[in-house]
Design a protein around this ligand. Structure first.
Ligand code: 9WN
Length: 447
């Protein structure tokens, strides 16, 4: 499959280019998720960015996560966007209307929802990196891991207290944006029940003006629903209990639940090392085990794939996407299910598909109806998702599998464009280029 793209950078050059992307996207205050499309700080992007930055400039990496956590809501939520003054992105802070939210932060303008809890993972990775670089980095990273721990704990507690409703044990989302996989077919059924009211205030999208080919982005119909959910939350004054009680979208997200389980484990490791309160460590252990059980209980009896659950309609969502492999991230599924998932991941339905440029798992299997190789979370490969599986496999002791994913990720991104996502067959970078988190994971793979 080689040679379909004109440029393949050698590794040192690729690393230098990745470093430059992070430097160029630094406004001085934050590192934006991408230069034009995303001129703000995104929650899970910031976590990955800090991992990449830890190699280049540890104090800058620390500052990035500190900025994010300074915008943490007083109830513990880490907001999905911390806004800069740039107004090139829609919806901006005025449309979110969180300024007067009871639990909102005082010193930052933010969105009113969250994103996947990968921050503990980032802190631990930063620490590992700093320990191999210099005594100064090591001391700074240890100080940081100790000081950020209570904020990470309260973020996890928020997910349990406000976002684990009902008996499924899955962490629930109230907007597809919270999943980080905005328009994944995972959400098609629950979104079909979201009916934008007449009162939806008019709006103009800015993303499609920046991305030359609008078909790489979600549709207008999808955007109406995204905006309608914001409208509902605004009206509820961002009162979480009320939103979970009444919003038209409430889905147990199995991918977030798996990340939550493993992030709780990581937080326990950090907390044990840095002498955090035993009662909080015990909470985390209980949360991790409940989350793991929920992920295992979601697995389909035939395919083994983990499933999201529509908590409004009370039914499993059988759409098969990359999120179906969630049990591989956190463990806890029966061995036999895990083996089935691993062989499915290797099969021609996923990473073993003969036409892939690089064996990186696509967001949706190329063999599924509805697979679209160019549209956002409906088919393209996302380097960060590949990083997460590689990181988890390494942690689980599956070194050879982790190495293969790393190599595949580097093959996909060696064009040096740092695409937001990639067309799986041609390797064409799609969406934004110079995307910060892509540059960050490439740096982590290379070093
Ligand atoms: C909405 C920033 C973010 C990522 C998400 C990705 C995309 C935003 C958008 O960009 O979402 O949050 O406007 O499309 O889906 O995962 O964090 O990179």
């Amino acid at each position: 499959a080689g040679g379909r793209r004109p440029v393949r950078y050698a590794r040192p050059t690729l690393a230098a280019r990745a470093a430059r992307v992070l430097r160029d996207n630094d406004t001085g205050a934050v590192i934006t998720a991408a230069p034009r499309l995303y001129p703000h700080m995104w929650s899970w992007d910031a976590a990955f960015i800090s991992i990449g930055l830890a190699r280049l400039d540890l104090p800058r990496a620390v500052a990035e996560l500190e900025t994010l956590f300074k915008a943490q809501w007083r109830n513990g939520m880490v907001p999905h966007i911390v806004f800069t003054d740039d107004d090139a992105y829609f919806p901006g802070p005025d449309r979110w209307g969180t300024d007067n939210a009871v639990d909102g932060p005082r010193n930052a303008r933010t969105s009113g929802i969250c994103q996947p809890p990968v921050h503990a993972i980032a802190v631990q990775r930063m620490l590992e990196i700093a320990r191999t670089s210099s005594p100064q980095d090591r001391a700074d990273a240890e100080r940081f891991a100790r000081s950020i721990w209570p904020a990470l704990y309260s973020w996890h507690r928020w997910l349990v207290e406000y976002r684990t409703p009902g008996s499924s044990g899955l962490v629930a989302i109230v907007h597809g944006w919270e999943s980080g996989m905005d328009n994944s077919p995972r959400w098609d059924v629950p979104y079909a029940a979201v009916n934008p009211g007449e009162e939806l205030p008019p709006y103009v999208r800015k993303d499609v003006r920046i991305i030359g080919d609008p078909s790489e982005r979600p549709t207008d119909k999808e955007y109406d629903r995204y905006l309608w959910l914001i409208e509902e939350m605004r009206r509820a004054g961002y009162d979480q209990k009320e939103i979970v009680r009444s919003s038209s979208f409430l889905v147990g997200d199995v991918f977030i639940t798996a990340l939550f389980a493993v992030s709780c484990d990581v937080l326990i490791e950090l907390g044990t090392e840095f002498g955090q309160p035993a009662s909080q460590l015990a909470d985390l252990a209980e949360w991790a085990s409940r989350a793991r059980e929920a992920v295992a209980a979601s697995c389909h009896s035939v395919s083994g794939m983990a499933r999201d659950r529509d908590l409004r309609a009370n039914r499993w969502l059988d759409t098969q996407t990359i999120a179906g492999f969630s049990p591989l991230l956190c463990g806890g599924a029966p061995d036999e299910v895990q083996l089935r998932l691993l062989s499915l991941l290797d099969s021609d339905r996923w990473c073993g598909h003969p036409d892939l440029l690089a064996p990186v798992p696509p967001s949706v299997s190329p063999m599924r109806p509805g697979f679209n190789p160019r549209q956002y979370w409906r088919g393209p490969q996302w380097p960060v998702v590949n990083w997460l599986f590689g990181w988890a496999f390494e942690r689980r002791g599956w070194h050879e599998r982790a190495r293969k994913l790393r190599e595949a990720g580097l093959r996909l991104t060696d064009d040096g464009a740092f695409g937001e996502y990639y067309e799986p067959f041609t390797g064409e970078p799609l969406g934004s280029t110079d995307q910060s988190w892509t540059a960050a994971v490439v740096l982590d793979w290379l070093c």
